[in-house]
Design a protein around this ligand. Structure first.
Ligand code: ATP
Length: 361
């Protein structure tokens, strides 16, 4: 493999007639990094990937690979490996010939391309399957053949578009780790397009959350999960409690004191880069970061409304005074919970509640 290489989009935008698929976008992918483009259907993920690949030309802006402007280069001159949801394998060819295909197109002699394809098959743990036909493989094995085929030409960038979309849940989870492991061991700069939050959080060095043709937030998985900057990002990444607080007093050290409704005490909220005045503002907190404590032992007081068994945890709904929706609290056991209807306190570790900006969507 060659040295890991950077990828940059500078002011890239794209419209299809009246539809603005991508607003001007700046994105820097570091050498060797796996960056996910995550977002709901129609947010512009695939358009971004197709522009990087060279299948689409941006209306404005530049694509740089390793600092070199490739905006005008056709796909086959960009040194890319690609893998899509429909693997596009040749069913009538052996596994080895499928993997060697790209090398054949480059006129690599037969013995050499079989050697390189065989080596790549070992890497994806399919060394023993080289003579099988594609139809004789499981979905997970086919997916690995597609990966080997994408990597065998020694690309500098790997593009993955919903690569695990066709697999069932268990296999998909297993392959997420395996794909990540192979990507890491090769140190290849990779862009992954997915609409699956867990997949993006599990596999990525950084995640770019997209909405309406723009990147709403970019950061390490823990950062975007723990410190969403908007309602959209918070809710898109998983269950989230969002409630209104009124700041009291000036922010101190990145956090501030706030009151949830008139009947509750003061709680601490991380300001998360948001402007803090005295107007009511929104706060997001994950259900697994909240805990129930006996009534009177926390600043936040509410009433337990219901407890629902969810397999590996219990989801408790708590009504806070002055809020129109219950908040969700996840707990591991239900043995210490008071009866529904009882008063409860709600608490969280410092820094887990963050101020967010409301978005129009
Ligand atoms: P999905 O997850 O559904 O694939 P996406 O995030 O990849 O969605 P894109 O495929 O990039 O979204 O599409 C962004 C917007 O551009 C959408 O509104 C889509 O309808 C529009 N669009 C994409 N390709 C074309 C095209 N060839 N012609 C017209 N409109 C297009």
């Amino acid at each position: 493999m060659t040295q890991p290489i950077s990828l940059d989009l500078r002011g890239v935008s794209k419209s299809y007639g009246p539809v603005q698929a991508l607003l001007p976008l700046d994105l820097s992918v570091r050498p060797g990094e796996l960056l996910s483009l995550l977002g709901p259907s129609g947010c512009g993920k695939t358009t971004t990937l197709r522009i990087i690949a060279g299948f689409e030309t941006p209306d404005y802006g530049d694509v740089l690979i390793g600092g070199t402007d490739v905006t005008e280069l056709p796909p086959d001159r960009r040194r890319l490996g690609m893998m899509f949801q429909s693997y596009g394998l040749f069913p009538h060819m052996s596994v080895l010939d499928n993997v060697a295909f790209g090398l054949k197109m480059r006129n690599v002699p037969r013995a050499e391309r079989h050697r390189q394809a065989g080596e790549m098959l070992e890497r994806v743990h399919l060394g023993g399957y080289r003579d099988r036909m594609i139809a004789q493989l499981s979905g997970g094995q086919q997916q690995r053949v597609a990966l080997a085929r994408a990597l065998v030409t020694n690309p500098s960038i790997l593009l993955l578009d919903e690569p695990l979309g066709a697999l069932d849940k268990n296999l998909r989870e297993h392959m997420q780790f395996e794909l990540r492991e192979i990507q890491r061991s090769l140190g290849i700069t990779t862009i992954l397009v997915t609409h699956d939050q867990e997949e993006a959080l599990t596999m990525s060095d950084r995640v770019a959350v997209m909405q309406g043709g723009a990147v709403r937030q970019i950061g390490a998985p823990t950062e975007i999960y723990m410190q969403p900057k908007s309602r959209f990002v918070s809710e898109f990444l998983g269950a989230s409690n969002i409630f209104t607080v009124r700041p009291e007093g000036a922010p101190v050290g990145g956090s501030f004191a706030a009151r949830v409704g008139p009947e509750n005490g003061l709680v601490r909220v991380a300001s998360n880069g948001q402007e803090i005045g005295t107007a009511p503002l929104s706060v997001a907190i994950r259900p697994e970061h909240l805990r129930l404590v006996p009534a009177g032992e926390a600043a936040l007081q509410g009433r337990l409304r219901s407890v629902i068994f969810r397999g590996s945890f219990f989801a408790c709904e708590v009504m806070l005074p002055g809020q129109d929706r219950p908040i969700l609290v996840y707990t591991q056991t239900s043995t210490d919970l008071p009866a529904p209807g009882s008063p409860v306190g709600v608490d969280w570790p410092e820094g887990r509640a963050v101020a967010i900006a409301e978005s129009a969507a």
